[in-house]
Write a protein that binds this ligand. Structure first.
Ligand code: IP8
Length: 249
């Protein structure tokens, strides 16, 4: 089983609400279509999620209108991704985390994964995304695509986990690190950037912390540049691109 995340910075212009990069969405879909078997796809929310979430004060403030508006906006991006995949010949199906995830203190507490497993088994490609979600202790919150990747990859024991963003991996002094373990975190933490545009889920730092959690559970992942043509294909083949995040020896 493979888990692929495509960051919202690839699929959207993160500075402008509802600004989809349709050409990039189709390119990514076409690359996935070469090898779509045994795969769970997760995409970021980009400007479809982060801008409304910030506007309504989520996740700090419980705001029903903000929840509805943010969810329906990210669903629109998900529709565009599904359409592009269908155009590329992939049987892609939407999975909206708001309807199947419960958070506790901002972390996934339960997740109805059985339909996802069944889809993969039956040749469908489940397409999940960063979303708003109900929270047992805080009423509601935001579940990032990265947190979803970690949870799903651990629960389904993924063999390939690839997280695509708009830089060449985890950068240190402008260069991507080939690999990274939790031991390296103190020395590079100061150099970790945020994200261009609005981001309510922590940019590269948030991403790396999720992938280190996954590494702690014995599952390796790569953080790579999904904006470079051909990289999505390479990542799905398990080729060593970007930064490998693994458990220390
Ligand atoms: O783009 C964030 O998901 P991410 C979800 O994967 C919302 O961090 C609604 C902002």
């Amino acid at each position: 089983m493979k888990v692929l995340k495509i960051g919202g910075s690839i699929l959207t212009d993160k500075r402008r609400i509802g600004a989809a990069r349709l050409g990039e969405i189709q390119r990514v879909a076409d690359e996935i279509a070469v090898n779509p078997e045994d795969l769970v796809l997760v995409h970021g929310a980009g400007s479809f999620g982060h801008i409304p979430a910030r506007r309504y004060g989520l996740p700090e403030n419980f705001n029903p209108e903000g929840l509805r508006a943010t969810h329906s906006s990210v669903v629109k991006l998900n529709d565009l991704v599904i359409d592009a995949l269908c155009k590329a010949g992939v049987f892609a199906m939407p999975v909206h985390p708001f309807s199947c995830v419960l958070l506790r203190d901002g972390r996934i507490d339960s997740f109805a994964l059985k339909p996802i497993e069944e889809m993969v088994r039956d040749g469908l490609l489940p397409v999940l995304h960063g979303d708003v979600a109900m929270d047992a202790t805080r009423k509601a919150g935001i579940v990032s695509g990265d947190q979803i990747v970690t949870y799903v990859a651990r629960a389904l024991q993924a063999e390939v986990v690839a997280v695509g963003c708009n830089v060449d991996g985890v950068l240190f002094s402008g260069e991507p690190l080939r690999e990274l373990t939790r031991k390296d975190l103190p020395s590079i933490e100061g150099a970790l950037g945020g994200s261009a545009g609005v981001d309510v889920t922590g940019g590269m730092r948030g991403k790396l912390l999720e992938m280190l959690d996954l590494a702690d559970a014995g599952i390796m992942s790569v953080i790579f540049n999904a904006g470079t043509e051909g990289n999505v294909l390479r990542a799905l083949r398990g080729e060593p691109i970007g930064t490998m995040v693994r458990r220390p020896n």
